[in-house]
Design a protein around this ligand. Sequence first.
Ligand SMILES: Cc1cc2nc3c(=O)[nH]c(=O)nc-3n(C[C@H](O)[C@H](O)[C@H](O)COP(=O)(O)OP(=O)(O)OC[C@H]3O[C@@H](n4cnc5c(N)ncnc54)[C@H](O)[C@@H]3O)c2cc1C
Length: 414
Amino acid sequence: MIKTDICIVGAGPGGATTALKLSHLGIPCMLVDKAVFPRDKVCGDAISGKGLMVLRRIDPGIVERFEAATEEQVPVWGIRFGTPTAKQLDIPFRPDYDPANDAKQGFVCKRLDFDNRLVEEVKRRSNVQLFEGISIENYERKANGYLVSNADGSFQVECRILIVANGAYSAFTRHHAKFDKDDGHYAGGVRAYYRNVKGLHPDGFIELHFLKEINPGYLWIFGLPNGYANIGLGMRSDHISQRRYNLTKGLQDIIANHPDFQGRFEDAELLGKITGYGMPLGSKKRQLSGEHYMLVGDAGHLIDPLSGEGIGNAVYSGFIAAEQAQKCLEANDFSASFMNAYDVRVERVLGKDMEVSYQIQQMLARPWLVNLAAWLVLRNPNLMYVISQMYSDMEYRKKALNPLFWIKMMVSKK
Ligand SMILES: Cc1cc2nc3c(=O)[nH]c(=O)nc-3n(C[C@H](O)[C@H](O)[C@H](O)COP(=O)(O)OP(=O)(O)OC[C@H]3O[C@@H](n4cnc5c(N)ncnc54)[C@H](O)[C@@H]3O)c2cc1C
């Protein structure tokens, strides 16, 4: 049996970031994953600036080494929105962007590569013990922490702090932290890789299409290097059940028959299978910590309910969990009340984002509102700028909930 202060279960972006931050704080830890990296994870593969900003805070070298691997990524300079009436809006993150000289704001990069890069960063750190290919199946509460083990008990770890970062299907989250599965705050998504999709934006704009056939879900098309693209469909789980909607069939149907997409896919080749995975949304406030444990990333249901972005929040929560673990060790206090400072800080950093994103998510469920917004935006470049900022800047999302703000933007000249 191994004894350690901190055991992290799951080496995705959330768990790997926790380990990296702890390592830079000079605190040794153990990191266990059931997979052997590089491994795939069903995702849209869009890496926003939020996670990169946090990783830069740990060590700018992490992001520099990632950005140097240009063959694995496409920089994203904006968003192409498709509306229910088939209007298309190309909205850059910055009005006069210059791909040659501006700092990059986000990327599309296969999770096979991105997650592996983070694990490679972990392997550079001598004070992180990484175990791959071990699935943690049992969690036993002990007087001074947790005993975690694999199915046959051949791998056992006793720790004072357990950091649970094992994703959307975490058994600990369900059985020990007692999260219920609330379909109004959960989504399903399917993803496929294609080659030779036509009409991708030359500056890597990611495409989000709010089609009337799949309302209130959306279709995404994200370009990858070498003519590859990540195509997917996401919808909130309560709508999937109400409509008995099959996301895989829905995606196949759009690609084969939808007048706006049929042509773009006529020479496209599907690589592998269409695969689905759960998206636990952060629109419902939950208790993320308890005595001797913290939940990070998808295990804490922290996906943005508007954009479906979860990597940035997994990274951010991992960073905060590491700092909280440091405080617990210094104070020798692992009580639920002391650990609750983690919840307070996650709420302060991500809570308002989730709230605002949830309100906008509900507005987008009304196709007439999306159409009206598109109609107005096409006539007013100011609004185009606001929409693009809403995706990349949370302050703009907050302002966008105030009708006076929109009136001001519509009448202003610049
Ligand atoms: C269809 C879809 C599209 C998405 N698109 C995007 C997007 O474009 N951009 C974005 O930011 N987010 C997107 N997300 C969300 C994003 O994938 C997650 O939020 C992100 O992966 C969360 O990171 P994590 O580290 O918390 O969990 P994960 O990335 O799921 O990592 C969990 C790790 O735990 C390991 N593990 C699981 N069980 C065990 C066990 N029992 N023992 C040991 N290890 C275990 C797994 O092998 C895995 O490595 C999407 C999600 C889906 C489903």
